[in-house]
Design a protein around this ligand. Structure first.
Ligand code: AMP
Ligand code: MG
Length: 486
């Protein structure tokens, strides 16, 4: 196991050395052996007594040098100068099998100097949700933090109710956020800011070091990674729910899973999060919000981009203006692929938009609305797609246009259907299933459904799965509101 602590070599204003607070009676929820192998963690880190003590914060592993990271951030548009790891603890960086560096972090391991009155703990519900959703996102091809381990603490946490406490061990290419850059920039010390930018370049964007203007190149590459990330979210109907700048990773991974949820019925302005009262982080607002967050990053980097402020603003603005065209191109390509179109052209946007509008008007399930389309191309398949529409006539006329478009491709219907089934999942982490798994774990300590979902969501594109995992929620099962649980 190759370990390093590069963050601890940064100036001391970036972090504080810290320790987890021990818990009463830790017990395993899950350990991700597959990920442990990828990270080259020794087997005894797994479901052993020693591993349990380490992943509950009760003992400090010999390879760890724990610290908490400082950051700031815009929360729902309001700047908060002092956030930081209020309930997270960076144990170490490991150099994985593939040569890449990953942070290993405990989440819920007790109060820290950045807890701001919070308890530094996590309830079992958010731990289960993050474990399931982050691992599913990985399989669905979305950049994301991963879940390595989850344990219960044997201690209650007090939210609206008394709930079992739990700790998640998560793995990220790094936990550095736009908010981290905001925090350092706000110190007003350009040397610190340059040190952070150089660290980011070395760790995440090494090509930038040979660019003519490395810090502008850094901004451009962060923009590009964020663009890709949001296009992934949109193609899957994923709503992050708390796209604050402190929850926006510099390396473009989905991070800080809180009240996140996937669309069932398609609704462009859908909001699940109970704290997002004005719909700032609604599904369709995610691209403009990502750009807004990137503009906050750009402001921080101005002193590094050019000595002349006007010139720096011009260059940063030009970089930000790349977001929209890049995003639109990626969205078009990915959404067209969902319809079986392998070489998207601008005119395909209308076909996609019209389909989304149909889904919305007829309250059709987003995931199945795309997945079942491939059945329209295969003889002998039942008309599962048209059966999703309450008034199939509107679908039928859209279908004619779609089939006409597909004839422009030199591919058989079977080949197109195969391609569609490789990008349109049959299974997504449905909110009502996650809610049910959490309830069973909270009420009875029953982890059967949690483990079943974790296994099933490893194969989201397979053509067969249990009917109860495919089906959209029944009316009485629909989850309308999700909670951070912090
Ligand atoms: P979030 O937007 O949920 O990712 O968190 C915003 C800030 O609140 C971060 O600084 C977290 O570390 C902090 N925070 C969230 N929950 C807790 C908690 N239970 N105890 C202490 N700090 C917390
Ligand atoms: Mg956060």
């Amino acid at each position: 196991m190759q370990v390093d602590h590069s963050y601890s070599r940064l100036p001391s204003v970036f972090f504080q050395p810290w320790q987890a607070s021990p818990v009463a009676n830790p017990s395993w929820l899950a350990f991700n052996q597959q990920l442990a192998t990828e990270l080259d963690l020794p087997a005894q880190q797994g479901e052993t007594e020693q591993g349990l003590l380490q992943f509950s914060g009760n003992t400090v592993p010999a390879w760890a040098k724990p610290l908490v990271q400082a950051y700031a951030g815009h929360q729902f548009g309001q700047y908060n100068p002092q956030l930081g790891d209020g309930r997270a603890l960076l144990l170490a960086e490991v150099i994985a099998h593939n040569g890449k560096r990953y942070d290993i972090q405990l989440k819920g391991a007790g109060p820290t100097p950045y807890s701001r009155g919070g308890d530094g703990r996590s309830a079992i519900g958010p731990v289960i949700r993050e474990y399931l959703v982050s691992e599913a996102m990985q399989v669905l091809g979305v950049p994301t933090t991963r879940a390595l381990a989850a344990v219960t603490t044997g201690q209650p946490v007090f939210r609206d109710d008394e709930l079992p406490g739990a700790i998640l061990t998560r793995v990220a290419s790094s936990h550095i956020r736009i908010g981290t850059v905001q925090y350092i920039a706000a110190l007003g010390n350009t040397d610190f800011l340059r040190t952070l930018a150089d660290y980011l370049i070395e760790r995440h964007y090494p090509d930038c070091s040979s660019a003519a203007t490395p810090y502008l190149a850094l901004l451009e590459q962060v923009i590009s990674k964020q663009t890709t990330l949001i296009a992934h979210w949109m193609r899957l109907g994923f709503i992050h729910g708390v796209m604050n700048t402190d929850n926006t990773s510099i390396c473009g991974e989905t991070i800080d899973y809180g009240p996140c949820a996937f669309l069932d019925q398609y609704q462009a302005d859908k909001v699940f999060s109970s704290i997002d009262r004005r719909g700032r982080y609604a599904y369709s607002n995610q691209p403009p919000i990502a750009l807004w967050n990137l503009a906050r990053l750009a402001e921080c980097l101005l002193p590094l981009i050019a000595d002349d402020e006007k010139q720096a603003v011009e260059q940063a603005t030009a970089a930000l203006q790349q977001f929209q065209p890049q995003y639109e191109a990626q969205w078009l390509e990915q959404m067209a692929a969902k319809l079986g179109i392998s070489q998207a052209v601008p005119a395909d946007k209308t076909l996609i938009d019209d389909y989304l509008q149909l889904l919305q008007q007829q309250a059709v399930d987003f995931t199945l609305g795309f997945r079942y389309l491939s059945g329209e191309l295969q003889t002998g398949m039942d008309n599962k797609a048209s059966a999703l529409f309450a008034s199939p006539a509107a679908f039928a006329s859209w279908r004619e246009r779609w089939l006409a478009r597909l004839t422009e491709q030199a591919l058989s219907h079977n080949e197109i259907a195969g391609q569609m089934d490789s990008v349109n999942p049959l299974l997504i982490p449905r909110n009502h299933l996650i809610a049910k798994a959490i309830r069973q774990a909270e009420d009875d300590g029953d982890l059967t459904l949690f483990h079943r979902l974790h296994q099933a969501w490893k194969k989201p594109f397979a053509s067969a799965a249990d009917a109860d995992l495919i089906a959209p929620p029944k009316p009485e099962e629909v989850v309308q509101r999700t909670f951070c649980g912090t």
